[in-house]
Design a protein around this ligand. Structure first.
Ligand code: ACO
Length: 428
């Protein structure tokens, strides 16, 4: 705790509130007793100044463009680690030894299959259903199939359901894709890596061997690392809020997926690529930049700006590099990448974007890579959900294990009518 309390004068009285210190980052005023002491609430729509929980998982310094998982910089993890190792780190707090990593990877691979009856769920969806709609439904349905691991007060149940969610998400996501293109579902092949397995289940067919391209596997794994966790963002807060009532983890993650779907959050990579394709050629960029600056035009540069980063998103740096690697490995070129680079350059030199500190975020380049790998835009947010599942699960576990955990229940500033008497319909 910091030494000096924060002082508030309200209604002619003085109040002291403790100031808490984290290991790094801004101090936090502890206002838990504010209402009891002052009879007032705070007003903070969008939670721009509110710390909703204590967490030891992920740290972001948005002004400096820093992202750390359990203290390790995202750039180092993306360069030298792999998704299974980062998952272990997020869940357990430390990097695993070689033996621990092998055991963890093996455990995850033992849970990759889905209950066969769950597979028949897919057939109930319209063929043209958005895969995120399928994800919300199927992940929510997991609690109907795996209720032997839904006692959230039991750490063993929590561990098993966490492993199940991480392991089954690639199978669920790949099946959503297969259903949309009318191809048979592929069963997992546990000889492959987590990411290799997902690529094979997505792009392989039973009729022939699937050739896993090592550069694509590496790029995909890196994209998963970049999306693994991101502190108390909207979908993670949704998972925590849903979980705070004691809801089972499968239901909580389904809630997170629903939140992630929105275009201001996980849907932004789909929107960013659609925007880049609509722009088409670099000569049209100035027109779109003008539109983004026009207050009367709802158009925004998708993949630009971030609630927390007021500097370059460190994940966007890795993404940009990965685009080049994938293009080289697959020998593809897509004019959309040139458009993205030019748009970034022009926007970063434009006073509007400089003043408002709007920089490319992780979504600006991810769509370009995913499209080169062969994913349709509708799958982009699904991949985000797949990777973020480990973060959601780790945050949910952290919350449930916290003895001070309470049901989330924000307050409001009420502006509706005050009490009035009911008027019968015939006299209205
Ligand atoms: N293009 C043009 N103007 C923008 C953009 C943008 N992409 N983003 C923000 N602004 C402007 C706003 O119009 C606003 O201007 P004003 O102060 O004159 O009213 C100002 O910058 C601040 O914007 P807010 O929306 O208040 O900032 P907030 O922190 O609430 O929003 C958000 C962050 C939602 C990400 C926003 O920047 C945005 O909509 N970006 C595009 C969508 C996107 O890329 N989302 C992905 C986020 S990353 C993720 O989810 C993984």
């Amino acid at each position: 705790m910091a030494e000096d309390p924060a002082k508030l004068t309200a209604h002619g009285k003085d109040f002291d509130f403790p100031v808490l210190k984290g290991s790094v980052g801004p101090d936090v005023i502890d206002i838990r007793k504010l209402y009891a002491q002052t009879d007032m609430f705070t007003f903070d729509p969008g939670f721009t100044s509110t710390a909703s929980c204590e967490s030891a998982l992920t740290y972001i310094d948005g002004d400096e463009g820093v992202l750390l998982h359990r203290g390790y910089p995202i750039g180092q993890l993306a360069e030298s680690s792999n998704f299974m190792e980062v998952s272990y780190l997020l869940l357990n707090g430390e990097l695993p030894s070689a033996k621990e990593l092998a055991a963890f990877s093996s455990t995850i691979s033992r849970h990759t299959m889905l209950h066969e009856q769950l597979m028949s769920f897919y057939k109930g969806f319209r063929r043209d259903a958005h895969p995120m709609a399928i994800m919300c439904g199927v992940v929510g349905a997991l609690s109907a199939f795996y209720h032997d691991s839904t006692d959230i007060s039991d750490p063993v149940h929590r561990r098993i359901s966490s492993h199940r969610l991480i392991a089954k998400m690639p199978t669920i996501a790949a099946a959503a894709y297969k259903y949309s293109v009318g191809q048979p579902f592929m069963y997992p092949d546990n000889r492959l890596s987590y990411t290799g397995n997902f690529l094979r289940m997505t792009f392989g067919v039973p009729a022939e061997e699937y050739d896993l391209h090592p550069a694509v596997e590496k790029a995909m794994d890196r994209i998963f690392i970049l999306h693994a966790d991101h502190e108390q963002n909207a979908s993670t807060s949704t998972v925590r809020l849903a979980g705070s009532s004691g809801a089972n983890p499968f239901a909580c993650i389904a809630a997170g997926i629903a939140c992630l779907w929105g275009p201001a959050h996980g849907g932004a990579n789909e929107a960013a690529l659609n925007m880049l394709r609509e722009i088409g050629t670099p000569d049209k960029i100035p027109h779109y930049i003008e539109r983004a600056k026009d207050k009367n035009d709802p158009f925004r540069l998708m993949g630009f700006g971030h609630r927390v980063y007021k500097n370059y998103d460190p994940r966007a740096t890795v993404m940009q590099k990965t685009v080049r690697e994938v293009f080289e490995a697959l020998n593809v070129s897509d004019p959309v990448f040139e458009t993205a680079l030019r748009l970034e350059e022009l926007a970063l030199n434009d006073d509007y974007f400089i003043e408002k500190k709007l920089f490319p975020n992780v979504d600006f380049y991810s769509g370009v890579i995913l499209s080169a790998i062969g994913f349709p835009t509708t799958m982009f947010t699904v991949l985000f959900a797949l990777a973020r599942t480990v973060g959601w699960v780790a945050q949910w576990n952290e919350m449930i294990s916290d003895p001070g955990q309470k049901i989330g229940r924000p307050r409001q500033l009420y502006t509706g009518p005050t009490q009035r008497d009911y008027v019968p319909v015939e006299t209205r």
